[in-house]
Design a protein around this ligand. Sequence first.
Ligand SMILES: Nc1ncnc2c1ncn2[C@@H]1O[C@H](COP(=O)(O)OP(=O)(O)OP(=O)(O)O)[C@@H](O)[C@H]1O
Length: 268
Amino acid sequence: MTAHMLRVNGIGKDYPRDGGVFTAIDELTFAVDEGELLCLVGPSGCGKTTLLRCVAGLLEPTRGEAVVDGKPVSGPPDGTAVVFQEYGRSLFPWMRVGANVDLPLRRLGLSRAQRAERVAEALAMVDLGGFARSYPWQLSGGMQQRVAIARAIAYRPRLLLMDEPFAAVDAQTRADLEDLIRDLWGKLGITIVFITHDIDESVYLGQRVIVLSSPPTTTRAEITVDLGDERDQIATRSDPEFVKLRARVWGEIQAAKQAKPTDTTEKD
Ligand SMILES: Nc1ncnc2c1ncn2[C@@H]1O[C@H](COP(=O)(O)OP(=O)(O)OP(=O)(O)O)[C@@H](O)[C@H]1O
């Protein structure tokens, strides 16, 4: 049996609002297998970022817990890296690309040579081998996001959390970055939880898609993506199974927007 890399056990989050309490997440429970590529999709404001922050140990849930690699999360978990949407804010503009990728490695107790090897390897994997000495602001948005991805993989995480990482780049760059993620996932065998509000992206990337409801958020549906591991921007997206799956996710999201909070979860 495959081990769970991540378990989300009854996580809920309340925020103070207008002198009262706003339940952003009511109750979320799901598990992610080791080596799985899972996409989480849901309507705007459904608490995707809140959930990811709870899993990454950056925010304390009001209820429930996240368990990464068998350990309850109480701070940033070992072996976990995060890629955020805003690459412009996650890279340090005064540090060269190589130094940005190197930064998180400094707490791993590696030698300078080992770190340099990891930085070079990670930059080569995202096709930025010649850019170690450039500054982030000299690169395009898509290239900067590849630096952020290189920084995450240089850390050699077992779990990679991605929060709408391609929302701010143009469509062509986005397609290239999607293929890069699938390629890295295939090569590195890591577990990826990918958050997106883009239905097509969730089906194209994921082995499984979890659809979240509107707040107070619960799991609306869990959908297995039976498209095989070889995906291609043209062939996969015109595959009748892809078209069927995207229609199903779309339907679930529309229903989630209209549903009453008491609706029960549907499972595949
Ligand atoms: N620190 C906070 N204080 C109060 N309310 C918050 C806070 N952070 C988030 N919220 C609210 O909780 C809800 C979920 O927010 P969150 O950013 O997690 O959703 P999201 O699904 O990532 O949104 P989007 O799709 O727009 O990026 C929203 O209604 C938001 O206004």
